[in-house]
Write a protein that binds this ligand. Structure first.
Ligand code: NDP
Length: 294
């Protein structure tokens, strides 16, 4: 029997529904959470992500703004824009969409965002708070992975979790969340990367395997054990003459083959993607709640 499908759309809807009473409480104090996105250049992927985040904000009743900057914008101009948003009381969450052009240092952009408005949870202060188990914000994609596991009845506590990928956006913060001595975490975490010797020997002993590499259908059935739980973070566009537009989106996992051995698996699309957006909205609501505190 193929593994159960972990439905990211359904779980993201649950997360969003739980935000509604918090929005009502904020509205009583005259607060509408607001999310501002800065986008640099014309990257179609970035444009699409920012549009999706804006649409999701609107559907939730959040205010949102997009600041479009040209590809050749100077770092100074971008940082001025961030400062302006930092100072704007209507803006509770700020995100600087990646990738950024080479003239802008990612570190400078990320560190310029006021930590209390850093809803992506990329600022070094917020990253540190996650690592020591006192998160102000939950990093959106990793927190989405954790919610998918918990709400599908697959508590990572005591499990061997293998994460393939060590980026600052996915792999590292996910490891930081799952290794905490806390309910809903408490896993034994291994991080694999391109320097890992004999990757399949690690992935095959995973109770929970998280693929976050950006390599289409890389994880094959012979790399997992029977009964594994798989979360596929990858988003890859591959040519497909039968698909509308000539491209298709696939994950980092060879879905059907791996599903045949898995206990449960998240699909792409419809898995981690919707969760990332839901968690970003949750962080914006939290930022608005924090804005009333000293
Ligand atoms: P990065 O390119 O920053 O990191 C990829 C990681 O995978 C690196 O650590 C790299 O190792 C490792 N890796 C790549 N190939 C291999 C390999 N053959 N064997 C072992 N390790 C490998 O990507 P991101 O973390 O930003 O994103 C990963 C994927 O997740 C992408 O497809 C991205 O589009 C998707 N994504 C999806 C999101 C969502 O909402 N669903 C959100 C964010 C990302 P090394 O460090 O050694 O180079």
């Amino acid at each position: 029997m193929p593994g159960e499908l972990i439905d990211g759309k359904k779980i993201a809807d649950e997360v969003r529904a739980e935000l509604k009473p918090r929005l009502v409480a904020l509205a009583k104090d005259g607060i509408v959470p607001g999310l501002a996105a800065i986008i640099v250049g014309e990257d179609p992927g970035s444009k699409l992500y920012v549009k999706m985040k804006g649409k999701a904000s609107e559907e939730m009743g959040l205010a949102h703004w997009t600041v479009d900057l040209p590809e050749n914008v100077s770092e100074r101009r971008l940082l001025d824009e961030v400062s302006r948003l930092n100072a704007d009381p209507k803006v509770h969450g700020i995100l600087v969409q990646q990738p950024l052009p080479p003239q802008i240092r990612l570190d400078a952009a990320v560190s310029a965002v006021e930590p209390r408005k850093d809803v992506d949870c990329f600022h070094p202060t917020n990253v540190g708070l996650v690592l020591i188990g006192r998160p102000r914000f939950a990093p959106a994609t990793p927190a989405g992975v954790v919610e998918l596991l918990l709400r599908s009845g697959n508590d990572p506590g005591g499990k061997d979790v293998v994460i393939v990928g060590r980026s600052n956006i996915v792999g590292k913060p996910l490891a930081a969340l799952l290794m905490q001595k806390a309910k809903g975490a408490n896993a034994t975490v291994t991080i694999a990367h391109s320097g890992t010797r004999d990757l399949p020997s690690h992935t095959r002993r995973a109770d929970i395997l998280v693929a976050a590499m950006g390599s289409p259908r890389f994880v094959k059935a012979d790399m997992v054990r029977n009964g594994v739980i798989v979360i596929d973070v990858g988003i890859n566009r591959i040519p497909d003459a039968t698909a509308k537009g000539g491209f298709r989106t696939v994950g980092d996992v060879d879905f059907e083959a791996v599903r045949s051995k898995a206990k449960a698996i998240s699909p792409v699309p419809g898995g981690v993607g919707p969760m990332t957006i839901a968690m970003l909205l949750a962080n914006t609501v939290r930022a608005a709640e924090l804005s009333g505190e000293s």
